[in-house]
Design a protein around this ligand. Structure first.
Ligand code: TPP
Ligand code: MG
Length: 324
């Protein structure tokens, strides 16, 4: 365990981002199940400790490229719920102005947030490019990105990690091992139980962390980020969790054993953190309930805003298109 400790205010801030993410997720899933959604919707249920704990370890000047289950990271970097829900409803006020009613492309470089590239794992070489730009400019900044367990089987993951290692790039790569890639369980994907062991093949540190424990996720990430910033090179962190719903909203995940889900529901990262905060004597149920209530108000506001927002003007269809 590292020496990076968090203050009470920081812990409550982390709790707020996790709770906001979960509230958003719960309401958005219900919204889609009522047939009111547009396009696709990925649930990040179960990933809250990873997206928030890792994102919180970055400095504002660092650059992060989150994926489809990292809503918490987008939000804590400053992407507003209004813009996120607008995007999910394909509105002009969304992050990609209605080009993709999903999280794809939902970045904002003014927030040092690279938009999610749908093609997996293309975000990894992009993040390496960002990290190398910091080396060339001699800036003490770090790039961080994510990859799913399934996507680590793609060649690009290996090529990029090797290059990052050789160039000593300030890159932190978070493997979100949620045990499934669509309907493919990890055991059908690789013969090793721990993806982090692959880091040794490139000569870089590979850490394993309990992905539902936000304080542990924060500590291991913060250590990797500060090592990268100090010129210590890249780190791979495997955060173990469970995808608690289907791949996306259309997928009922009937192929996932119910006992496995029940086992991981007992390790619900948001509830686990609540219990830790209470046990540490840092808060009481009343304050936690107040935060929950605030999150519900914010999500409701975002939905109302997005529903009233305009659809994109067809005349703008060529904006942002660079190919001929
Ligand atoms: C190159 C490419 N092939 C296929 C897909 C379709 N696809 C989207 S997510 C996904 C599964 C990814 O699994 P994993 O990497 O474990 O991430 P998770 O969704 O579990 O977080 C697939 C096959 C894609 N986006 N890109
Ligand atoms: Mg997966």
């Amino acid at each position: 365990m590292s020496n990076y400790s968090l203050t009470r205010d920081q812990k409550l801030e982390i709790y707020y981002w996790m709770r906001l993410t979960r509230t958003f997720d719960d309401i958005a899933v219900a919204y889609w199940k009522q047939g009111r959604g547009v396009g696709g919707m990925f649930s990040e249920r179960g990933h809250e400790a990873i997206s928030v704990g890792t994102g919180y370890a970055l400095a504002p000047e660092d650059v992060v490229a989150p994926l489809h289950r990292d809503l918490g990271c987008y939000l804590l970097r400053g992407l507003t719920l209004r813009r996120v829900f607008s995007n999910l409803l394909g509105r002009a006020t969304g992050t990609n102005a209605g080009r993709d009613a999903n999280m794809h492309g939902s970045g904002d470089m003014s927030l040092n947030l690279v938009g999610f590239i749908s093609h997996l794992p293309q975000t990894v070489p992009v993040a390496l490019g960002v990290a190398m730009s910091f080396v060339y400019r001699n800036e003490p900044r770090v790039a961080m990105t994510y990859i799913g367990d399934g996507s680590t089987s793609a060649g690009l993951f290996h090529e990029t990690l090797n290059m990052a290692a050789v160039f000593n790039a300030p890159l932190v790569l978070i493997v979100e091992n949620n045990q499934y890639a669509y309907s493919t369980p990890l055991v059908q994907q690789m013969k090793i139980p721990d993806i982090a062991t692959r880091a040794a093949g490139y000569g870089i540190p590979g850490n394993i962390v309990e992905g539902n424990d936000v304080e542990a996720v924060y500590a291991v990430t913060k250590e990797a980020v500060e090592r990268a910033r100090a010129g210590g090179g890249p780190t791979l962190i495997e955060a173990k969790t469970m995808r608690m719903m289907g791949h996306a909203i259309h997928d009922g995940a009937e192929y996932v054993p119910r006992e496995l889900l029940a086992e991981w529901e007992r390790k619900n990262p948001v509830i686990l953190f609540e219990q830790q905060l209470l046990a540490q004597g840092l808060t009481d149920q009343e304050e936690l309930d107040e935060i929950k209530h605030r999150c519900e108000i914010e999500v409701t506001d975002a939905i109302e805003y997005a529903e009233k927002a305009p659809l994109p003007d067809p005349a703008t269809v060529e904006q942002g298109v660079y190919a001929e």
